[in-house]
Design a protein around this ligand. Structure first.
Ligand code: NAD
Ligand code: DAU
Length: 352
């Protein structure tokens, strides 16, 4: 039975991953979810599985050396899947320091603890692997044509993207220097259930339902390559199982959309199915994000050819499923939009 240390498993992608893995492997794996429970971490995301005997939650900070060492002593981990991060670009523009702390120093602490626990006389524990969940933002921004491939040079722009690039390079350093078994995955924008409503899609859904402004940065023509979160979870599982050691895998699905198209799709779905007062009148063009990357687009050929992964969910299916999830989980939305997040959100758009 394999034991996984999942960091950041109470966040958006991490909690989807925990659900995906426990659904797929049932009692054949063990998961320890290690999460600091920042504003973005929410144990409500995991309440359906919290009583499972092969699932344990531990609250803590990835930067806490003593605690992470204790975890490695207590559990004989086979895999580390590192989701824990500060993940929101706008926050990184206002407060870069915490991004360096969690994303860079936290990753290095995890790498060290895993190395110490896994090193043997002839190398590393058999089958062990450290998987770093990274982002296409490390590659910077594309023009009108071309795609990010795994060999595209790193050219990160925002403090968030640069902190992720720095952590990727530290993971690479542990592979190159110590031959530690690692993979790095770089995916595009995820969407789906349990996403914190500071990110574009859940923010738009929430604001529509409250008849609040829909803030569109700049001209709204920036492009993101949307990936349904369950397709991402499946890809991570495949990379853990069969990814070649030391390799980077891009994960995305040729699902590029302008932001304004996303806004209009959400408005028209909610207008037709929920409330005729949800219209384009809610759209408000606001000041652009500083250093706003224009276009992301992933070429997923490597993961497709080597591991047979492809995104199964079209945007048309995924977006309807996602909107419906938020409609069915209004209490979840209410719970996460009160408290810390609410204060931050109000400050952020002041004067725009
Ligand atoms: P999220 O913000 O929803 O969740 C992050 C989780 O990490 C939260 O549960 C939070 O409590 C936890 N965390 C934060 N700081 C911590 C610390 N110091 N110690 C322990 N736990 C801590 O993020 P997400 O959208 O689920 O992203 C997960 C990972 O995937 C991140 O590494 C992010 O960079 C990467 N990623 C996200 C996307 C996306 O579209 N959301 C795309 C590409 C890559
Ligand atoms: O590409 C992967 C990245 O995707 C991840 O690494 C990040 O963790 C994740 O947050 C996401 O970053 P983005 O900046 O692309 O996502 P966000 O949802 O913040 O914004 C998506 C686009 O929408 C972006 O062009 C900015 C724009 N936007 C965003 C918000 C929150 C708006 O126009 N209005 C908004 O209110």
């Amino acid at each position: 039975m394999k034991t996984y240390l999942v960091t950041g498993g109470a966040g958006f992608i991490g909690s989807n991953f925990v659900h995906y893995m426990l659904n797929k492997y049932s009692k054949d794996i063990k998961i320890v979810n290690f999460d600091k429970l920042t504003y973005a971490g929410n144990l409500e995301n995991l309440k359906e599985i919290e009583d499972r005997t092969n699932y344990t939650f531990v609250q803590g900070d990835v930067c806490d050396k003593e605690l992470v060492e204790k975890l490695f002593k207590k559990y004989d981990f086979d895999y580390v899947v590192n989701f824990a991060a500060e993940s929101h670009v706008d926050r990184s523009i206002k407060e870069p320091e915490i991004f360096v702390k969690t994303n860079v120093l936290g990753t290095v602490n995890l790498l060290n603890c895993a190395k110490n626990a896994w090193e043997t006389q002839n190398g590393f524990k058999n089958g062990a692997k450290f998987l770093q969940v990274s982002t296409d933002e490390v590659y910077g921004s594309l023009g009108e044509s071309g795609y990010f491939v795994e060999t595209t040079p790193i050219d990160s722009h925002s403090p968030y993207a640069s902190s992720k690039a720095a952590s990727d390079l530290m993971v690479k350093a542990y592979s190159d220097t110590y031959k530690m078994p690692i993979n790095i995955t770089r995916c595009s924008n995820n969407y789906g259930a349990y996403q914190f409503p500071e990110k574009l899609i859940p923010l738009l859904i929430n604001n529509c339902l409250h008849h609040e402004d829909l803030p569109v940065y700049g001209d709204g023509l920036n492009i993101r390559d949307w990936l349904y979160v369950e397709d991402h979870c499946k890809a991570i599982d495949m990379v853990i199982e069969s990814g070649r050691l030391g390799e980077v895998y891009n994960i995305g699905g040729h699902n590029e959309k302008t932001n304004i198209l996303i806004v209009n799709s959400i408005i028209s779905y909610l207008n037709e199915n929920v409330d005729k007062e949800i219209t384009q009148d809610l759209i408000k063009h606001v000041a652009d994000r500083l250093g706003h990357d224009r276009r992301y687009g992933i070429d997923p050929t490597k993961i497709k050819d080597e591991l047979g992964w492809y995104p199964e969910t079209t945007f048309e299916v995924g977006i309807k499923r996602t909107i419906q999830w938020y409609l069915d989980n209004k209490k979840w939305m209410k719970n996460v939009t009160t408290g810390e997040y609410q204060k931050y959100y109000k400050n952020m758009y002041k004067g725009v």
